[in-house]
Design a protein around this ligand. Structure first.
Ligand SMILES: NC(=O)c1ccc[n+]([C@@H]2O[C@H](COP(=O)([O-])OP(=O)(O)OC[C@H]3O[C@@H](n4cnc5c(N)ncnc54)[C@H](O)[C@@H]3O)[C@@H](O)[C@H]2O)c1
Length: 451
């Protein structure tokens, strides 16, 4: 098998998954991270985060000897393709991206770079970063060292990171030379053999690709949430409406779920960074459009808190609330900018006694004094006057409303993700509330018909 020596700087959700996928394809991979705890876990083949299939892929790579991890950047020695996968969070107090980890990684990497090395950006960055990176690397390496920068954005979805890495929808190769493209094609030869579509483009377009995809997805979710608000006002059914829209071949069913909105470590910050960078480039319409998308999203969280407060008779203080879900989405333990956690935290801030259960993310809440965490749905719901479903975990959708009804103090549930079968829950004596579905849902006559 054709094998390339590769380094991966930054081994978070993106970098660790990418490194393990590269090892699966037969490459020799050194992962480097500044977090010693993370490196220790990864080196022992222990997944530092929850991602379906990742633990097996990691163990396979480590056991093969092709996948190693270190905090010492000297471990990249011998590699001639280097992937930059460090975090690019939102700046403190501003909308732009904080690229400090990226610059720090490059400063550390530069002295280790061999002649003609290829440095490949995978992190999501503002357009124009690759050109600055090339300048910086030229400054930091000997004259005519021949190090080239390429951009290969990553589109993986948390919760599906392994399958998206091993079978991506497309590969984007942003390169300034045929030689760089050829080297990236060698890295991805397995995917190319599998027929994964490749788009070769310039560096700027490649940099824009990931943020643009997230701008499209975030906008779509906020549009659906506006439709849900109108449905609520008009006493229409958002579930049926999205079904109708999803059957339109121009629209399709993906990302049409109304609810408490998007979150996580990517969509919100990518939206804001894109808008900020567009403004720097003189494109003010981006801020107008995307500011509204962001506002609608934030409003969904507030609407959920308002609804919950109303269902607690406007007196949340001291009332027991069960929050099912803390992760920003199902099949992930990521709580960065999580709408679920935001709702739970807001209710706790007005005095509600919130007990949270999440199948994977609960461990990230230890040490928080405002929220109690529980290991099971039942213990979170024990004595609850209000139950909130805040993350779309399959096990929440499959809950038995009859059994849970005997645990809670009041059978009132807010389905923040539209995953519950309202007929089933209503038949079990619950009042089901959901943004976009009137209040409560289903209306009494529908419930009777269904029953
Ligand atoms: N998480 C996703 O689903 C996803 C998908 C596509 C793109 N991205 C992008 O990928 C990038 C990384 O995202 P993530 O979710 O993996 O972040 P993360 O926070 O999980 O991981 C970032 C890692 O970089 C490490 N790091 C920081 N500074 C470093 C340095 N100087 N040298 C080496 N390592 C360093 C951190 O310790 C951390 O382990 C971001 O730009 C993000 O927008 C993420």
């Amino acid at each position: 098998m054709f094998s390339v020596r590769i380094s991966v700087l930054g081994t978070g959700y993106l970098g660790a998954t990418h490194a393990a996928a590269l090892a699966r394809w037969g490459h020799i991979v050194s992962g480097v991270d500044v977090d010693p705890h993370r490196v220790d876990l990864l080196s022992r083949g222990v997944a530092p985060f929850h991602e379906p299939g990742f633990a097996d892929l990691l163990r396979e790579g480590v056991a093969s000897g092709r996948l190693t991890f270190s905090t010492d950047v000297a471990a990249v020695d011998g590699a001639d393709v280097h992937f930059l996968c460090v975090g690019t969070p939102q700046l403190d107090g501003a909308d732009g991206a904080d690229l400090s980890a990226l610059w720090a990684a490059v400063e550390a990497l530069a002295p280790e770079l061999g002649r003609d090395a290829l440095v490949v950006g995978k992190s999501t960055v503002p357009v124009g970063t690759a050109a600055l990176l090339q300048e910086r690397i030229d400054d930091l390496t000997p004259p005519n060292h021949g190090v080239e920068v390429a951009w290969n954005p990553e589109f993986l979805r948390e919760g599906h990171a392994v399958e998206d890495s091993l079978r991506p929808d497309r590969l984007v190769l942003g390169t300034a030379s045929d030689a760089a493209e050829a080297r990236l094609r060698a890295v991805y030869c397995r995917l190319l053999a599998d027929g994964v579509p490749v788009v070769r483009t310039d560096l700027q377009t490649a940099e824009l690709a990931k943020a643009s995809a997230n701008v499209m997805l975030a906008s779509r979710i906020s549009v659906v949430n506006v439709l849900a608000q109108v449905c609520e006002a008009a006493n229409a059914d958002i579930g049926r409406l999205t079904e109708i829209l999803g059957l339109d071949s121009r629209i399709g069913p993906q990302y049409l779920s109304p609810g408490i909105g998007f979150g996580g470590g990517c969509l919100p910050k990518d939206l804001r960074a894109f808008s900020s960078r567009a403004g720097e480039l003189g494109v003010d319409t981006a801020a107008q459009l995307l500011g509204a998308v962001d506002d609608v999203n934030t409003y969904q969280r507030q609407r959920t808190v308002d609804l919950a407060t109303r269902l607690l008779d406007g007196r949340p203080r001291g009332r027991r609330v069960a929050a099912l879900g803390a992760a920003f989405k199902a099949d992930s333990d990521d709580i960065r900018d999580s709408p679920a956690l935001s709702v739970a935290t807001s209710l706790a801030a007005v005095g509600a006694r919130v007990r949270v259960h999440d199948p994977e993310a609960g461990r990230h809440l230890s040490g928080r004094s405002d929220l109690e965490t529980r290991d099971t749905v039942e213990s979170a719901c024990d004595g609850a006057e209000l139950t909130l479903v805040l993350t779309e975990w399959a096990q929440f959708a499959a809950l038995d409303p009859v059994a849970l009804g005997s645990v809670v103090a009041r059978r009132v549930v807010v389905d923040g993700r539209l995953v519950l079968d309202p007929h089933r829950w209503t038949r079990a004596g619950w009042t089901v509330h959901a943004l976009g579905r009137g209040d409560p849902w289903p209306p009494a006559d529908t419930a009777r018909r269904a029953g």
